[in-house]
Design a protein around this ligand. Structure first.
Ligand code: ATP
Ligand code: MG
Length: 422
């Protein structure tokens, strides 16, 4: 029996990696234009970190974490999200002491969910976090970054923004109590999942997909009525900033998010091009989290994008330029025991023409079979080195995609010919 990969943990094959790199490059470019810097932290952390950050009674911690005891008997977990580890790393290294930080990271996250389109057990996020800033201006900046990113990726027409305010944690506690009172009196009318959540995480009932539950919620207490003045003002200012920046959004009073640490602003970018897994980017403010993890109080706000979902969307909308699939400009064909000469020539060309991508044929074979490979490589030019060329210090230049006759070029002038073209 061949050993297979773990369900929900996919390989990224070379054919798809070009799209990933295209996405990652655009994201990194946009973030650097806003002066965000990359941070890297481990994939494995103490289980306690996620319990404290994400929350004991969230789906993630209750059901989805990959946790195990290591050889010392410590309970460790593969990270299910990035914010907890990012906050841990920043606190531990003193990055939050009397300073602000604008950071981003990327990498795999792990959740034991039911695998389906856009939902995996190992998936990838690009996360962005800003620390030390309390005002709605930084919330707005994060949303501007995302809006610009969608434009750069040419998917802005296919995504829309939903925002809400969750108030402070004490606002939420009061609201939660009122909601539980209301729903407990109507428990039998709730779907099964929501009945279970009534005890553990009642706010999550608000985003139940069940129609009857949603209908029941129409007359339920409204979170907006429980939010303190400061949070309300913060939210109104954020909306004014988004209006001024011409970012359209929808206020969704039932948007609550699945993690415990949020306060005030929460948001999601959603698309209807991906079926049920339509959220491509989600985040919010988490002013209490740093302190909750043992640091000095420090406000924070951030979001994470799902890379797989964004790639699905890019493919679905066919907005990735064809040119990214092309990885070779020139293919060097060498016939007649000239492997050594070919390697040397290829090295010289690479150093003298730094912009080119040159594949040097390896493994010998007939002229015909090498030319076939040259064509298949996608290169636009085949460079041909045979015994005649080697003797006369020339090289054959054959254009593979254009109607131009093959030329014989002195090896000395080859650099100029290539640099002029590429
Ligand atoms: P969902 O409601 O879709 O389960 P979530 O609220 O659990 O999402 P977050 O924890 O906010 O998601 O993660 C941010 C983003 O990461 C999501 O918007 C989504 O794009 C992506 N994501 C989350 N879980 C998965 C997964 N299992 N597989 C692929 N992408 C995921
Ligand atoms: Mg989820």
């Amino acid at each position: 029996m061949k050993i297979q990969s773990i369900r929900g943990m996919n390989d990224l094959l070379p054919e798809q990696s070009a799209t990933w790199q295209y996405l990652e490059k655009i994201v990194a470019d946009v973030l650097s234009r806003y002066s965000y810097r990359e941070i890297r932290f481990p994939i494995l952390e103490q289980t306690e970190l996620f319990k404290r950050a994400v929350g004991e009674v969230t789906d993630i911690v209750e059901k989805e974490m990959y946790s195990f005891e290591d050889r010392n008997g410590d309970s460790l977990s593969l990270r299910p999200e990035g914010t907890a580890g990012c906050v841990r790393a920043c606190t531990q290294n003193g990055l939050l002491h009397n300073q602000t930080q604008r950071l981003w990271y990327t990498g795999p996250m792990f959740r034991h969910e039911r695998p389906q389109k856009g939902r995996l057990r190992q998936f990838h996020q690009i996360g962005v976090e800003a620390f030390g800033l309390t005002g709605p201006d930084i919330d707005a900046e994060l949303l501007l970054i995302t809006a610009n990113l969608w434009k750069a990726l040419k998917i802005d027409h296919a995504v829309s923004l939903q925002i809400n305010s969750l108030g402070t944690s004490s606002d939420r506690a009061q609201y939660r109590a009122a909601l539980v009172d209301y729903l407990t009196a109507r428990k039998s009318q709730l779907d099964e999942d929501s009945q279970r959540r009534l005890d553990s995480n009642p706010m999550r009932i608000l985003d139940s997909k069940n129609q009857d539950t949603q209908a029941l919620l129409n007359d339920a207490p409204k979170l907006a009525d429980y939010i303190d003045d400061e949070s309300r003002e913060h939210f109104e200012q954020l909306c004014a900033m988004l209006d001024a920046a011409n970012i359209s959004y929808q206020i969704n009073p039932r948007l609550v998010r699945g993690l415990d640490y949020y306060s005030k602003t929460v948001f999601e970018w959603v698309t209807n091009h991906l079926g049920a897994q339509g959220t491509v980017c989600a985040g919010g403010r988490y002013d209490g989290l740093v302190e909750q993890l043992g640091g000095k109080p420090c406000p924070g706000v951030g979001f994470a994008m799902g890379v797989e979902r964004l790639v699905l969307l890019l493919d679905e909308l066919a907005v990735v330029p064809d040119s990214i699939a092309q990885t070779v400009d020139l293919y060097l064909v060498a016939v007649g025991n000239l492997e050594l000469e070919a390697l040397v020539l290829a090295e010289n060309l690479r150093s003298q023409c730094p912009g080119i991508r040159l594949e040097c044929h390896c493994g010998g074979g007939s002229f015909k079979s090498q030319m076939k490979k040259a064509d298949k490589s996608g290169a636009s030019i085949a460079l041909i080195l045979g015994e005649d060329e080697a003797a006369s210090g020339t090289i054959g230049v054959k254009y593979l995609r254009e109607d131009i006759v093959q030329q014989s070029v002195a090896q000395d002038s080859l650099t100029k010919l290539i640099n002029d073209r590429f």
